[in-house]
Design a binder for this molecule. Structure first.
Ligand code: AMP
Length: 424
């Protein structure tokens, strides 16, 4: 079978790497890919938001399945256009990807279907938004309605900060993405990510993970795309996964079908868990990055049959992905300056040595090839991923591999998985 993967990050490298191990996969094409992906797939230079270019590529390649990594092409309707060309695709339609594409829509949807989440209001008017803050104590949670490259959520510590942010957002800080905003209750608890596979009718649990959003050790400093992740997440044990499926995932899939927006692909639910009760922080319509890397590293069963069933139906009759290896962790190496302007162009050595540490795979995120060298070409550059008999050993292996990477401008957090390790 031929697979076309859309995207260029560590998430897409992990998907390509895992599918390369499938006995049923003969060809993998990735658009646009990166130098790491090029070792397991053929890369074609069409970027992930060039919808017409991707459809044209798919019509030439005629893959048996297209897997869309990032959210932007899904919200832009890539899956719809591929389906119209009779090409099976893993990823929701634009009508279903609205769960991620509009925070306001997702809040109204959850309210309608009784799915647990924070209390909220939606606003386009500055004065009304500010008045709504009266109902809450700080910190205040403000969210741009649309996609804002992961920067659209602001947790304001004071009323003055919240009001300034309301002015900025409704004043066009994120363009049309913040023409409307959601203000919601701040939820206390432990965050975790849960992933379920869906075919429009049926949802099956895949796995849980936890990531580290802040740039600095001890979860300090500004938010990033994610500085590391691990799976399983101890808080998402089998009983909690059942609660999440019963109270969140299944009502979501049923509700989306009832709305005429049947959801297929992976449903990624960001959760806040307190007193044994999970509530939704946000929905995402694709795999998390870096959570995908740890889930792919752990999967012992070939995921292809389930991914295909998500695209074409019949997930209920498909064998479950039940065999997971030991814990996995990924440590993100980023360029100095990230999440601000990262230093680019530095040569990265030691990748082969790092990949020889037992259980370790180094996924490329923001790399480029310059002559024979691999150079840094983004904020998050490498995802050093390790499995181990215990989470502790997985973490030690990942950092051992990080130590073998020779990249003057690179840095990483030194405490990935601290929360799970501290649980003992
Ligand atoms: P989101 O993009 O919606 O996941 O928000 C980014 C981060 O902001 C989340 O990972 C949470 O850490 C935090 N956050 C968002 N909404 C809330 C909330 N209602 N209460 C507490 N923290 C939140």
């Amino acid at each position: 079978m031929k697979i076309l993967i859309v995207g260029s990050g560590g998430r897409e490298h992990a998907l390509a790497w895992r599918l390369r191990q499938s006995s049923r996969v003969t060809d993998i094409v990735c658009a646009p890919g990166n130098p790491g992906i090029a070792s397991v797939a053929r890369c074609e230079n069409v970027v992930a938001d060039n919808i017409e270019g991707l459809v044209a590529l798919a019509k030439i390649e005629r893959p048996h399945l297209v897997i869309v990594g990032p959210e932007v092409p899904l919200v832009m309707g890539l899956a719809d256009k591929l389906r119209a060309a009779d090409i099976p695709v893993f990823g929701p339609s634009a009508k279903a990807a609205i769960l991620e594409g509009s925070k306001g829509y997702s809040k109204d949807f959850m309210a309608k279907y009784g799915i647990p989440t924070a209390a909220y209001g939606r606003f386009t008017d500055t004065a009304k938004a500010k008045a709504f803050l009266d109902g809450f104590k700080p910190p205040y949670v403000l969210k741009a309605d649309g996609l804002a490259a992961g920067k659209g959520v602001v947790i304001a510590g004071t009323r003055a900060e919240a009001e300034a942010e309301i002015n900025d957002m409704l004043g066009g800080k994120f363009g049309t993405a913040s023409a409307s905003l959601v203000i919601e209750e701040f939820m206390e608890g432990e965050e975790a990510s849960f992933f379920a596979l869906c075919d429009g009718d049926t949802a099956v649990a895949l796995a849980g993970a936890q990531d580290h959003k802040r740039v600095g050790d001890g979860d300090t400093g500004p938010n990033t795309g994610g500085m590391g992740a691990y799976s399983p997440a101890p808080i998402l044990d089998a009983a909690m996964q059942r609660v999440v499926m019963d109270t969140i995932v299944e009502p979501t899939v049923r509700g989306m079908k009832a709305e005429g927006r049947a959801y297929s692909g992976v449903l990624f639910v960001g959760l806040m868990i307190a007193d044994g009760k999970p509530r939704v922080v946000e929905y995402n319509c694709r795999f998390g990055d870096p959570e995908c890397q740890v889930i792919m590293a752990r999967l012992k069963d070939d995921p292809l049959p389930q991914l295909l069933a998500c695209a074409t139906g019949g997930l209920a009759g498909c064998a479950r992905l039940e065999r997971f290896s030991d814990p996995a962790v990924t440590v993100v190496m980023a360029g100095a300056g990230y999440p601000g302007e990262p230093k680019k162009g530095g040569v990265i050595g030691g990748l082969d040595e790092a990949g020889k540490v037992p259980g370790v795979t180094v996924f490329h995120a923001g790399t480029a090839k310059k002559g024979e060298d691999i150079v840094a070409n983004g904020g998050r550059v490498l995802n050093v991923t390790a499995t181990g008999p215990t989470l502790r050993e997985a973490v030690d292996r990942a950092y051992q591999a990080v130590g073998k990477i020779d990249w003057a401008d690179g840095f990483c957090r030194k405490d990935i998985a601290w929360r799970a390790l501290n649980r003992g």
